[in-house]
Ligand binder design. Structure first.
Ligand SMILES: [Zn+2]
Ligand SMILES: [Zn+2]
Length: 291
């Protein structure tokens, strides 16, 4: 399976936060105010994902912002803490039943027209096995801003375990904003045909996006074994591959990198890029299979 390359796909870039809380659950801001916060900060897409309840804005939300009714579900995970499943594009009358096994919950969301992203695995302590047993996920969170409060915002190691084991999922970055500093820290740049729910959900299912907590990726291409990346100034560029394979580039002190390229053997399995800026903020492309 391969993902759509957002740097080659036609369409427009949309800045999205796909994990958001409001006063409908344990957030400190009403849904309408939350939507305005994101619209005014330049976002194009917002999924409001309150715990256990679908939040639907009255009207269509503020002009310039696409709001996708969604919820965060918490079915049991045998032998571990409950799952946190971000269920996107869920109808207002969706019947949430926490007694359902996780797979039934996912199937129910999909039957209702929605899609499910696996939230903050590092923070939950979920292993790759506890994720890959679930069928029908369209992504996993590689970065979750609110989880940085306990130093567990970056789930990229869990993501690599999934990829190395053949569970081929793209990854988003999100705020999971509740209150305080956890806002505008993690976002997903989606390449979609237009700013509509259908086009955004279709791009998410295709993996046509990259994730960021700061830097910008301008291009990422893999042709044969040749990998190239262009980005905003950063201090590190990593080409991450299966297990022990990969290539990294580090800027000299006081300098910055804005591009890298490498020749990779098919045996590396896959390649995804991640970059790190001077403030330690990161951006992550989705993986491309090699060989
Ligand atoms: Zn959660
Ligand atoms: Zn949440």
């Amino acid at each position: 399976m391969t993902f759509a390359n957002p740097f080659e796909a036609p369409g427009q870039w949309l800045k999205a936060n796909l994990h958001t809380h409001s006063t409908q659950s344990d957030g400190d801001t009403t849904p309408a105010e939350r939507a305005l916060q994101y619209r005014d900060a330049g976002y194009d897409v917002l999924a409001i994902t309150d715990h256990r309840t679908v939040t639907v804005l009255e009207g269509e939300g503020p002009e310039g912002l696409l709001v996708i009714p969604s919820l965060e579900a918490h079915p049991a995970c045998p032998g571990a803490s409950v799952y946190h499943l971000v269920c996107l594009n869920v109808p207002a009358d969706f019947e949430y039943n926490e007694e359902q096994p996780a797979q039934e919950m996912i199937d129910g969301v999909r039957t209702a027209g929605g899609d499910v992203i696996f939230a903050h695995p590092y923070w939950c302590g979920h292993s790759a096995e506890q994720i890959r047993c679930l069928d029908g996920l369209i992504g996993v969170e590689v970065y979750n801003a609110t989880c940085t409060k306990i130093g567990k915002g970056d789930s990229s190691v869990v993501w690599d375990y999934l990829l190395a084991g053949g569970t081929w999922l793209p990854a988003v970055a999100v705020d999971d904003v509740h209150r305080g500093r956890d806002i505008f820290m993690g976002w997903t740049m989606i390449k979609a045909a237009e700013r509509s729910t259908d086009a955004v959900m279709s791009a998410l299912r295709a993996g046509s996006y990259y994730a960021s907590s700061g830097p910008q990726i301008d291009d990422f291409r893999v042709e044969g074994g040749n990998v190239t990346l262009r980005c905003s100034p950063v201090r590190e560029i990593h080409f991450m591959c299966r297990c022990s394979a990969g290539r990294c580039f580090y800027a000299d002190p006081g300098e910055a990198l804005t591009s890298a390229d490498a020749e990779l053997a098919p045996s590396v399995g896959y390649v995804r890029a991640q970059i790190v800026d001077d403030l330690g903020r990161r951006a992550w492309t989705n993986p491309v299979a090699l060989g």
